[in-house]
Design a protein around this ligand. Structure first.
Ligand code: NAP
Length: 465
């Protein structure tokens, strides 16, 4: 009998995974979950807000995300997981099929910033693919994950297929990384590298959604007022504690003044506070984090940056949305992720300069472009980022759950969402059945003749296959 809660969870999960419901049954459970998440949203919103201090509207984004993800995978999984036929080694003679099997027990290590979404939205495809899950929520937000799991049990999921094990990264997180059959991590790039090393050593699959320093490009064809509206939402949603939120804005020189006027006006108008639907922005996760965010701003100001709005010392967990200009290259926030409501604006002389600056980062998670669709699409094609939003900051790509989402460069490995987001939780088995003739040709065919036949076959095959 295991006495360690993480090991006990794995033991139970392994057993439950062997006796899991069918794909059809799992799909029905997820569709019921979709409905229950919407029905029990008040309880969820209260719990998320109590743990994070975020605005109710931003907590609601999480409810939406989980419902959409549950519906999506419930609907696409039966087809995505089905056996498929492939071209065989030799036409007609080789019948080749690819089968998909669950990997076993998936370990999920989640952060605090979207405690519902980022805990459960990866568990959904993992479970739908036939795995069990052991999930560690962040130490600051365990109750949201526990409630989300309770609702999944209510929808009919056998309890042992999903274990939420609260605890620290150094204890529970490490135990998960060393025990699971596939590791899914969302969090900082620094932790992502450490966990990647463990996954590499253990030769298990690993997918990581990490940090970003996401740019927004405002093309000269943009309307400055519309650009300002998008920039406010993109930079300050969830108080900027969002891996895909915008921390750098590159605006066409000709629009600089009009954009800054509108952006600062709209930022100042944001209602910041902890409570109901009327607030536009909530608090940060903790006073400690607010202090860290302020240190970034102070460092930039000490090195010559100008504050257009915000930048005042935190009041407890509250940090005012902050817009900076003239940020020198030596300021830490020029390249490092702040993960708070702080954004800097820089004017650029051309779209080419904007693209060069946008791509000049170790990260590559999300980017956004505001402008006429033709110009914006041309810019989008040049950006080194896993998602690019046009005339939106991040929500259009994030909510496109049928499309892959994830990071280039130091922003991650692997993808969530789309068919990639479920297939990564499976192993493939290629079954190739040889019929009528062996691959090496009839037994009485000499090796030399075989080589000649194969040479001609390849030449023909290049033309016809
Ligand atoms: P973090 O420090 O990396 O923590 C994330 C999770 O990992 C927590 O549950 C933490 O446990 C655990 N952890 C920390 N060190 C660990 C270790 N050595 N072994 C195993 N587990 C460990 O990240 P954070 O600062 O809380 O979250 C913010 C970061 O997440 C930002 O960089 C943000 O960009 C990124 N993020 C990325 C995405 C995305 O989809 N790309 C989404 C959201 C957030 P504790 O409970 O002990 O802290």
């Amino acid at each position: 009998m295991d006495t360690n809660p993480t090991q006990t969870a794995f033991t139970k999960a392994r057993h439950a995974q062997q006796h899991r419901p069918t794909t059809r049954e799992l799909s029905d459970i997820l569709l019921r979950y979709h409905d229950l998440i919407l029905t029990r949203q008040t309880e969820l919103l209260d719990t998320i807000q109590a743990e994070t201090g975020k605005a109710r509207a931003h907590a609601f984004d999480e409810v939406l995300d989980v419902a959409i993800t549950a519906r999506h995978y419930a609907k696409i999984a039966p087809k995505a997981l089905k056996q498929t036929s492939k071209k065989g080694a030799l036409p007609v003679l080789t019948k080749t099929r690819v089968q998909r099997e669950p990997i076993g027990v998936v370990g999920i290590i989640a952060p605090w910033n979207y405690p519902l979404s980022l805990a459960i939205s990866d568990a959904i495809p993992a479970i739908m693919a036939g795995n069990a899950v052991v999930l560690k929520p962040d130490t600051q937000t365990p109750r949201t994950a526990q409630l989300a799991a309770e609702i999944l049990y209510q929808a009919g999921l056998p309890r042992d297929l999903l274990h939420v094990v609260p605890g620290s990264g150094s204890d529970v997180g490490q135990a998960i990384a060393h025990t699971c059959d596939y590791l899914m991590f969302t969090g900082s790039t620094a932790t992502g590298r450490k966990l990647g090393a463990i996954a590499g050593e253990r030769l298990i699959g690993y997918s990581a959604e990490l940090g970003g320093k996401n740019p927004l490009i405002i093309d000269e064809t943009a309307d400055p007022e519309q650009a300002a509206r998008i920039a406010v939402q993109a930079s300050f949603a969830n108080s900027g504690q969002l891996c895909i939120s915008i921390e750098r804005i590159y605006v066409a020189e000709a629009l600089r003044d009009a954009f800054l006027d509108a952006f600062v006006r709209r930022t100042k108008a944001l209602r910041v506070g902890i409570g109901g639907w009327d607030y536009d922005m909530g608090s940060l996760i903790s006073a400690e984090h607010a202090h860290k965010v302020h240190e970034y701003v102070q460092d930039a100001v000490a090195k010559g940056a100008q504050v257009l709005t915000g930048g005042t010392p935190p009041e407890g967990k509250i940090y005012q949305p902050t817009v900076l200009i003239d940020v020198p290259d030596t300021a830490h926030l020029k390249r490092e992720e702040v993960f708070g409501p702080v954004v800097f604006v820089e004017a650029v002389g051309s779209a080419a300069e904007a693209v060069e600056k946008a791509n000049d980062t170790d990260y590559g998670l999300n980017a956004a472009v505001v402008g006429r669709p033709k110009q914006a699409q041309a810019i989008a094609r040049q950006l080194h980022a896993g998602t690019v939003n046009i005339n939106e900051g991040f929500a259009a790509a994030w909510a496109s759950v049928d499309a892959p989402m994830g990071g280039w460069k130091a922003s991650g490995v692997g993808r969530r969402h789309g068919v990639e987001g479920i297939l990564k939780f499976t192993e493939t088995r290629t079954v190739a059945e040889q019929r009528l003739l062996p691959i090496g040709g009839p037994e009485n065919l000499s090796r030399e003749k075989y080589a000649k036949v194969m040479t001609s076959t390849l030449r023909l095959g290049k033309r016809f296959l």
